[in-house]
Design a binder for this molecule. Structure first.
Ligand code: IPM
Ligand code: MN
Length: 359
């Protein structure tokens, strides 16, 4: 198959990790006889520095005319520490999500047997955890009206959701649950927020179309606690934009490193694949960033192309690298493996699957 992939490396460790997933995708194309073309564009702080705009039009155009977007990371501390900054790298990512209509962000969380001891949580509590978080991505408080009073003494962020916005992601979450363990947990704050009550009502109504899925509800504060106490109770979690942002970072602790968590952002016309971690500026250029979250995001990209066997080949190669201790220092403190070495090892295990390269 012929596919056009836009590559947006972004900031910090973005370029180094994305390079590894492009290599992995090239290995897949070769082994399975596909034709993937890659075109790069700038976004985030890198784009502000060059063009004064975190999402230049050329970048957006490229994404729109590609079959998928592979995204690295975004963010730069020089903006984080400047509350007065009007232009910020993150605006590039948020606008991209909105313009591409990527309303559903899917974040799988699972444990690897080999890494059970990596998590600060007790191995027996997390063993077998396998969760898929559906985070709404283009609405809520992230995109509501924002303002700061002229005297600078107050500020407002409005949170709005429509039934339509809730329904379209809820359909996807129910369908995912049908293919998994048939349980869907809606996480909200319906004891306090109007928008959460609308989520509950809308999702409850919709559940009549998915009678084989068991639906339950949790308040976000309780969900945050349950995620740590008993993560194996969860199958698919559905939640709004900001709760999903927070809950998924928390959930990454289960897997042992945030450097392992991939995501897919999908809409009706476009799709983008990115690690859930940020730009990790302290690690930039040091070769210590974990490329696996990006590589597993590339696997989700292959799933999106209906290349199931190809996606499995990537996941298998990642598993071999974890089982062989070919990991960056976030997982293996004394590791001598750099970002690039881990990427190459995974690539090799795709190129030469009959001759599993192990350590
Ligand atoms: C994420 C990130 C982004 C978000 C930031 C960089 C805007 O934290 O993808 O989870 O908050 O959505
Ligand atoms: Mn986040």
């Amino acid at each position: 198959m012929k596919m056009k992939i836009a590559v947006l490396p972004g900031d910090g460790i973005g370029p180094e990790i994305t390079q590894q997933s492009v290599k992995v995708l090239q290995a897949i194309a070769e082994r399975f006889d596909h034709e993937f073309s890659f075109e790069e564009a700038i976004v985030g702080a890198a784009a502000i520095d060059l063009m004064g705009n975190p999402l230049p039009e050329a970048t957006l155009d490229l994404c729109k005319k590609s079959d998928a977007v592979l995204f690295g990371a975004i963010g730069d501390p020089k903006y984080d520490n400047d509350p007065e900054a009007k232009i910020r790298p993150e605006q590039g990512l948020l606008r991209l999500r909105k313009e591409l209509g990527l309303f559903a962000n899917i974040r799988p969380v699972k444990t690897y047997q080999k890494l059970l001891d990596q998590s600060p949580l007790r191995p027996e509590r997390i063993a077998g955890a396998d969760i898929e978080i559906f985070r709404e991505l283009t609405g809520g408080i992230y995109f509501g009206e924002k303002s700061t009073a002229e005297d600078g003494k107050s500020a407002t962020d409005v949170c709005t959701y429509s039934v339509e916005e809730i329904e379209r992601i809820a359909h996807l979450a129910f369908k995912a649950a049908q293919k998994r363990r048939k349980k869907l947990t809606l996480v909200d704050k319906a004891n306090v927020l109007e928008t959460s009550r609308l989520w509950r009502k809308t999702v409850t109504n919709l559940s009549k179309e998915y009678k084989d899925v068991e639906l339950d509800f949790l308040f976000i504060d309780n969900a945050a606690m349950q995620m740590i106490l008993n993560p194996t109770q969860f199958d698919v979690i559905l939640t709004e934009n900001m709760f999903g942002d927070i809950l998924s970072d928390e959930a990454s602790v289960i897997g042992g490193s945030i450097g392992l968590l991939a995501s897919a952002s999908v809409g009706n016309e476009n799709a983008m694949f990115e690690p859930i971690h940020g730009s990790y500026p302290q690690a930039t250029g040091k070769g210590i960033a974990n490329p696996i979250a990006s590589i597993l995001s590339a696997a989700m990209l292959l799933d999106h192309f209906n290349m199931t066997e190809e996606a499995e080949a990537v996941r298998k190669a990642v598993e071999i690298s974890i089982n062989s201790n070919v990991c960056t220092p976030d997982i293996n403190k004394n590791s001598e493996y750099s970002t690039k070495k881990v990427g190459e090892f995974i690539e090799l295990n795709i190129t030469d699957p009959d001759n599993h390269i192990v350590n």
